[in-house]
Design a protein around this ligand. Structure first.
Ligand SMILES: *[C@@H]1O[C@H](CO)[C@@H](O)[C@H](O)[C@H]1NC(C)=O
Ligand SMILES: *[C@@H]1O[C@H](CO)[C@@H](O)[C@H](O)[C@H]1NC(C)=O
Ligand SMILES: *[C@@H]1O[C@H](CO)[C@@H](O)[C@H](O)[C@H]1NC(C)=O
Ligand SMILES: *[C@@H]1O[C@H](CO)[C@@H](O)[C@H](O)[C@H]1NC(C)=O
Ligand SMILES: *[C@@H]1O[C@H](CO)[C@@H](O)[C@H](O)[C@H]1NC(C)=O
Ligand SMILES: *[C@@H]1O[C@H](CO)[C@@H](O)[C@H](O)[C@H]1NC(C)=O
Ligand SMILES: *[C@@H]1O[C@H](CO)[C@@H](O)[C@H](O)[C@H]1NC(C)=O
Ligand SMILES: *[C@@H]1O[C@H](CO)[C@@H](O)[C@H](O)[C@H]1NC(C)=O
Length: 707
């Protein structure tokens, strides 16, 4: 009893002696560089002597302080405060003077986020001449005009974030002293009006974030930001980009004005002042999610902006995103003023046609026309697109494959024509990239494809899933010597015989899952004898005849899951010498004759989830594998814990068998046949099985199996 009381007393004592900056939360990073975590206040910290004396070293002390009031400094170690270089603090100070900053004159970086600050009085940073960055994001600040006033200009100040506050107005002199600032984040506030004054001294600013505000007009606010390169205005209420504001816009690298209310676009915003860029600069102009209806000719600006480009004095790359607008018409020379358009996203618009000057599209590598209403492609527009690699035409109204329009492209890597209305293809005069190309034709109404020799050169992967293929013989690709992957899943194929697959033997991966295949004749796969993966899952196969997989000597993976196979003889897999994964999940299998697998040379995993195999069969198969007698390893994707199972593999306890599902060792015992009772049970079981097997053969199964 006494001891208990003593222990309780020790516990109480130890919880009341609070450690503000626990030793285990002080991490030396490198010489005189520390990361420290404190609670409530900052004190009792010992550092290496040589770091505390006259500073020969660049001392970096990064302190994170939690649960502190804003007057914690009264209890703190003031000498130590003056050494802190980075301060991260979280608290709850609706109105504050941030008095602790007074003692921290070495401070370089300060993060006062998520602290419910509504008002910061006066100018608490006034004396901090070493400041490099201030982060006041995620508070509720609305008035900011006094906060950034300084006695001596903080000439090292680079970064300021005021994101996620409630700022409506930015008064003229707010950032006056921050002339060295390079990044300013005002995103996620309530700013409506912009004017030039607050920004005009920020001549070194490179990144300005004003996204997610309520800005209506730009008002030339950024005109004195001669070094600005990245301007983010996403998610505002801007209807128009006024000519006055173009001064800055024309030297930006990133101009993101997506998700605004722009209806009319001046082509001049695509132009750039070359003087501001190095060779190879990339411009990104993001205009997605606006209300643009029409793209006008940009010929007026041709001379002014394109002269230098044509003389090849500068190499520029432009990426233009116009997706999610309402563009229904693009004038022929709409892209004329753009320097080297390399990426053009016009997806999710209302285009009925795409007829533009192909000279302006010569450098386009990526073109997205997905989700429009195109029913044809103009040869003209594509005739000079020799660099096109990625073309997305999905979700349009094409009822033929526009191969002729694309016949001048030689570098396609990815061509997506899914979700159109193509029913037949008889030519594919396209040359894919020398590294190979993928053509996605899924979700059309295709039932017939014939690609003659010397067409679709370089096509390595063809996706035909979700079409209207009912006769595989009508998919004639035998001359496609580069084709390695073919997906014909989700069609209506019912049977396969030896002439069905008119495919080249270069194919290594063939997907026939989700069809209606009931019957597969012998040698059905003899033309594709280099297959490594064959998917036949989700069909209606009831039995596998001998010779079906004849010649598939390279096959590694075979998926027969989700079929209706009840009986299986491993002899049907005899040619499959390298088979390493066989899925038989969800078939309702009663019995597998394993005899042929006894000579299989490599490990073969057989997935058996959701079948009706007897526990006896399973126990034998597992013990043969464990003893090294067989390489066939029964397993499951999802192991069961309920019902009868061995090693998580479900099995069926036959009539006459002793049942003790929990005890795995019981089954092992059965396996070892140590007790007479168990031996008898196994014998009963075997004769039952024989009877059962014979009976089901008599009901129309393959007589070859009864041997
Ligand atoms: C911080 O204060 C809150 C509420 O005052 C308390 O629930 C929490 O345990 C404290 N955290 C620490 C680390 O002391
Ligand atoms: C800000 O710029 C104005 C005009 O360019 C200049 O008169 C003023 O001195 C600058 N303010 C500071 C604090 O540098
Ligand atoms: C912008 O810069 C120009 C010259 O660089 C200067 O004349 C003008 O006063 C500045 N604007 C403001 C609002 O400071
Ligand atoms: C756009 O330019 C093309 C080619 O120069 C010209 O035929 C067409 O009339 C122009 N469209 C308008 C509206 O000016
Ligand atoms: C084309 O745009 C659509 C819709 O914006 C998008 O889902 C798709 O991923 C894009 N295609 C490519 C190849 O990037
Ligand atoms: C083709 O586009 C669809 C969506 O439009 C996408 O789901 C599919 O993955 C794309 N195909 C390829 C091969 O990228
Ligand atoms: C396509 O086949 C040709 C001829 O066999 C070969 O030269 C070329 O490299 C192959 N291309 C690809 C992408 O495999
Ligand atoms: C699919 O093809 C059959 C003929 O094989 C045709 O009768 C049917 O209309 C086609 N269905 C679709 C959706 O194209």
């Amino acid at each position: 009893m006494k001891q208990v009381i003593i222990i309780i007393l020790i516990l109480i004592a130890s919880t009341t002696v609070l450690c503000y900056c626990p030793k285990d939360k002080i991490h030396g990073i490198k010489k005189c560089s520390y990361r420290i975590e404190c609670i409530e206040t900052i004190k009792d910290i010992r550092l290496d002597n040589e770091c505390t004396g006259a500073a020969n070293f660049d001392i970096k002390i990064d302190v994170t302080l939690r649960n502190a009031t804003d007057s914690f400094n009264l209890k703190a170690d003031t000498d130590f405060l003056s050494m802190i270089t980075t301060l991260r603090m979280f608290g709850n100070w609706p109105r504050t003077d941030l008095p602790f900053l007074d003692s921290m004159h070495r401070l370089r970086n300060v993060y006062l986020t998520y602290s419910n600050m509504q008002k910061i009085n006066d100018s608490p940073f006034r004396n901090l001449i070493n400041l490099e960055s201030i982060d006041l994001s995620h508070n509720s600040l609305s008035e900011i005009e006094e906060i950034f006033q300084f006695d001596i200009r903080p000439f090292k100040m680079r970064k300021l974030s005021l994101a996620f506050n409630l700022i409506e107005e930015v008064p003229g002199y707010t950032f006056e002293a921050l002339t060295s600032l390079q990044e300013l984040d005002l995103s996620h506030n309530l700013i409506k009006e912009l004017s030039e004054e607050p920004f005009c001294n920020l001549t070194n600013l490179v990144v300005l974030r004003l996204n997610n505000n309520n800005i209506l007009y730009l008002n030339g606010a950024m005109n004195n930001l001669t070094n600005l390169q990245h301007l983010y205005l996403r998610h505002n209420q801007i209807e128009n980009i006024d000519m006055e504001s173009l001064k800055t816009i024309n030297h930006l690298q990133t101009f993101d004005i997506s998700n605004n209310k722009i209806e009319i676009l001046q082509p001049i915003i695509f132009s750039r002042h070359w003087d501001h860029f190095d060779d190879g600069s990339i411009f990104r102009i993001i205009l997605s999610e606006n209300q643009i209806v029409l793209l006008h000719n940009a010929t007026d600006f041709y001379d002014r902006f394109k002269k230098k480009l044509l003389k090849n004095e500068v190499q520029l790359i432009t990426q233009l995103d116009l997706s999610k607008n309402s563009i229904s018409h693009i004038e022929y020379n709409a892209f004329h003023s753009i320097g080297r358009l390399a990426s053009l996203d016009l997806s999710n618009n209302k285009l009925l046609s795409f007829n533009v000057n192909s000279e302006d599209l010569m450098y386009v590598k990526y073109l997205n026309l997905s989700c429009n209403s195109l029913n044809s492609l103009y040869y003209e527009s594509f005739s000079l697109m020799h660099n096109l690699q990625n073309l997305d035409l999905s979700h349009n109204l094409m009822d033929y494959f526009p191969d002729q329009s694309l016949s001048n492209t030689y570098r396609l890597k990815n061509l997506n024509v899914t979700y159109n209305y193509i029913e037949e293809i008889h030519n594919l005069r396209i040359t894919f990239h020398s590294e190979g190309g993928v053509l996605d034709l899924s979700n059309n109404g295709l039932s017939t494809i014939y690609i003659p020799v010397d067409e679709a050169l370089g096509l390595t992967e063809l996706i035909l899933s979700s079409n209207n293929i009912s006769d595989a013989y009508l998919i004639r690709l035998a001359d496609q010597r580069n084709l390695t992957k073919l997906d014909m899943s989700k069609n209506f194929i019912q049977e396969l015989d030896e002439s069905s697959l008119q495919l080249p033997n270069s194919i290594v991966c063939l997907d026939l899952s989700f069809n209606d295949i009931r019957v597969i004749g012998p040698s059905a796969f003899h033309r594709v004898n280099q297959l490594k993966t064959l998917r036949l899952s989700h069909n209606r196969i009831k039995s596998i005849e001998f010779g079906v997989f004849r010649g598939l000597t390279e096959l590694l993976n075979l998926d027969l899951s989700y079929n209706e196979i009840e009986l299986l003889d491993s002899k049907v897999f005899m040619d499959l010498k390298f088979l390493s994964v066989l899925s038989l999940r969800h078939n309702g299998l009663n019995f597998i004759d394993r005899d042929s697998w006894l000579t299989h040379k490599y490990n073969l995993k057989v997935y058996l989830d959701d079948n009706q195999l007897s526990c006896d069969w399973l126990a034998k198969a597992l013990s043969d594998f464990n003893n090294g007698y067989s390489k066939m390893y029964p397993t499951v994707l999802v192991s069961t814990i309920s019902g009868h199972s061995i090693e998580g593999i479900p099995c069926k306890q036959e009539v006459g068998f002793i049942s003790d599902p929990q005890a795995k060792y019981m089954i092992d015992e059965r396996l070892l046949i140590t007790s007479q009772k168990i031996l008898k049970a196994v014998q009963d079981q075997t004769s039952f099985l024989n009877k059962f097997v014979l009976r089901s053969y008599r009901h129309g199964a393959d007589p070859d199996l009864v041997k």
